[in-house]
Design a protein around this ligand. Structure first.
Ligand code: KIV
Ligand code: ZN
Length: 546
């Protein structure tokens, strides 16, 4: 990658930092579906995961590298702590990608050195270049991050960065790990690096930032003005704690305010060349896919992708927009792919029309998945006269969420409920070893009765911490989407499903969450930022059991 890319590179970390959000863990098929959509969106780099974390994480990065990391596709990147074991696993996982990157990091703030790493500044100053050089011996494209750069002593930061570039780092990432910086401070930090690191012209400056004070996007935009040319962000801004800088907000800020940002990239203010490589019309679809698969709901008033982002409630606004859209709108909803939700198919549509429409929407399903999705479509078409693109998207994301190796499948759900009736549910689950189990339960309402019956079958302690229903489209026959989050031993697991019957959707979402819980509690992963660095040097068999 050139030192000056001539535009701002979008480094998407939805599958790594985003997946570190509580309850957002994804299975292999879900990660692949998101990676494919990120490639369609046109991001430059996909951080596909932390391969050393577990065999499952390794496989996911490797599969993404093999399927999405094509010659003209995005760079596929993996995260590695500054330890040989991590870096080797990362190199192996990204190997199948035509364009691959290792992203290695170590903390540079005194607070992290003292309490987390228990290392001196001189030790960190030795480890960073040694590990960058090792990564460079395995791949040509190496990114180095100074974790907690936002709270690091700038003089020490300059030394570490200079050493990392000297050892071969091609991108230097400056994370505001705890979301502490303000926009002017963050710009000053980037400016200082540009001025005081003698070899900085040999690397791209990148920024990464968390949203603890709601300032991540503002900080990044100031960083661009100060010379940052790579932005690390996530779809819908998901990520650790308050999340990361939101991809859609960054991209649209630079799209809408292009003439303001152009001069900072050395272009004439009226240049019409895009500032990023993102296809903005894919934004809405990507946002929905990520929300459905991670179970992380998007707040209605969220900029760009919230349900209300383009809605005009007040009469004065509606009147103004009808006279001239520009009175109250700075973005045409079509720019982010918010279309009129075209009616695409009906009861009589056949398999090839179904497949063709899915392909138009950007989804290519394998034969078996296509068969299952078509069966779902037919069932839906019996109940709903017109099937829209949004319905098809809901069917596909549900298809992806049904894990092939899932412990339970929902076979039957029946409820009796109403006034003067005790809500009662009967559910039947099929198990991965071919058995069928049935239970009945009563509850305070039909959903409660269903969840109780499912819990009696699954017998894993859990607490329902979130239950939300929203309608996929308008109209009385619309499908309802249910998102559920369960807590088990302090960890959150989410499930999502859609159906015209919300009790059925709730049952399926609960089963999806239970399956994730069962899979996740059996396959614990290392957390990249909270696991002692020394664990990175151990071969898998000698790593501590979690
Ligand atoms: O927030 C952070 O510092 C990170 C690094 C691993 C880049 O996620
Ligand atoms: Zn982060």
């Amino acid at each position: 990658m050139a030192r000056d890319p001539g535009r701002v590179l979008i480094f998407d970390t939805t599958l790594r930092d985003g997946e570190q959000s509580p309850g957002a863990s994804l299975n292999l098929e879900e990660k692949l579906a998101i990676a494919q959509q990120l490639a369609r969106l046109g991001v430059d780099i996909i951080e596909a995961g932390f391969p050393f974390a577990s065999p499952g994480d390794f496989n996911a990065v490797q599969r993404i590298a093999a399927t999405v990391g094509t010659e003209n596709g995005p760079v596929i990147c993996g995260l590695a702590r500054a330890a040989r074991g991590d870096i080797k696993a990362c190199a192996d996982a990204v190997a199948p990608a035509a364009n691959r990157r290792i992203h290695t990091f170590i903390a540079t703030s005194d607070i992290h050195l003292e309490h987390k790493l228990r290392k001196s500044r001189s030790e960190v100053l030795a480890i960073a270049p040694e590990m960058v050089a090792y990564a460079r011996s395995l791949v040509d494209d190496v990114e180095f991050s100074c974790e907690d750069a936002g709270r690091s002593d700038p003089e020490f930061l300059y030394q570490v960065i200079e050493a990392a570039i000297h050892a071969g780092a091609t991108t230097i990432n400056i994370p505001d790990t705890v979301g502490y910086a303000t926009p002017a401070e963050f710009a000053a930090l980037i400016d200082g690096i540009n001025t005081h690191v003698p070899n900085i012209d040999q690397a791209i400056i990148s920024v990464h930032g968390h949203n603890d004070l709601g300032l991540a996007v503002a900080n990044f935009l100031e960083a661009v003005k100060a010379g940052a040319r790579q932005l690390e962000c996530t779809v819908n801004g998901i990520g650790e704690r308050a999340g990361n800088a939101s991809l859609e907000e960054l991209v649209m800020a630079m799209h809408v305010r292009r003439s303001y940002f152009n001069p900072f990239l050395g272009r004439p203010a009226d240049s019409t060349s895009p500032l990023t490589g993102v296809r903005t019309e894919e934004i809405t679809k990507t946002s929905r896919l990520v929300s459905n698969l991670t179970g992380m709901l998007v707040q209605p008033n969220k900029a760009i992708v919230g349900a209300n982002a383009f809605a005009h409630e007040s009469g004065i606004h509606q009147d103004g927009v009808l006279k001239n859209r520009l009175t109250y709108e700075i973005i045409d909803a079509r720019t982010v792919g918010l279309t009129d939700n075209r009616i695409s198919l009906g009861k009589l549509s056949g398999r090839s029309a179904f497949r063709a429409r899915l392909e138009d929407l950007g989804y290519t399903l394998e034969r078996e998945d296509l068969d299952d999705a078509f069966a779902r479509f037919k069932e839906l078409a019996d109940r709903k006269r017109e099937i829209s693109d949004r319905d098809l998207e809901a069917i596909v994301s549900e298809q992806v969420q049904q894990q092939s190796e899932a412990r339970y499948g929902l076979k039957l759900v029946q409820v009796s409920t109403g006034t003067n009736l005790q809500p009662t549910a009967t559910v039947t689950l099929s198990t991965s070893d071919g058995a069928e189990l049935t239970e009945a339960a009563i509850g305070t309402g039909p959903v409660d009765a269903v969840c109780r019956a499912l819990n009696q079958l699954a017998r894993v302690p859990n607490e329902l911490v979130e239950f939300s229903v929203k309608s996929v489209t308008e109209g009385i026959d619309a499908m309802g989407e249910v998102t559920i989050r369960l807590r088990h031993e302090g960890t959150l697991y989410s499930g999502h499903a859609a159906d015209t019957d919300i009790v059925v959707a709730a049952a399926q979402a609960f089963v999806n969450a239970l399956n994730r819980l069962l899979a996740g509690s059996q396959r614990p992963s290392l957390h990249p930022q909270r696991t002692p660095l020394s664990v990175g040097d151990l071969p898998p068999a000698e790593r501590p059991r979690l």
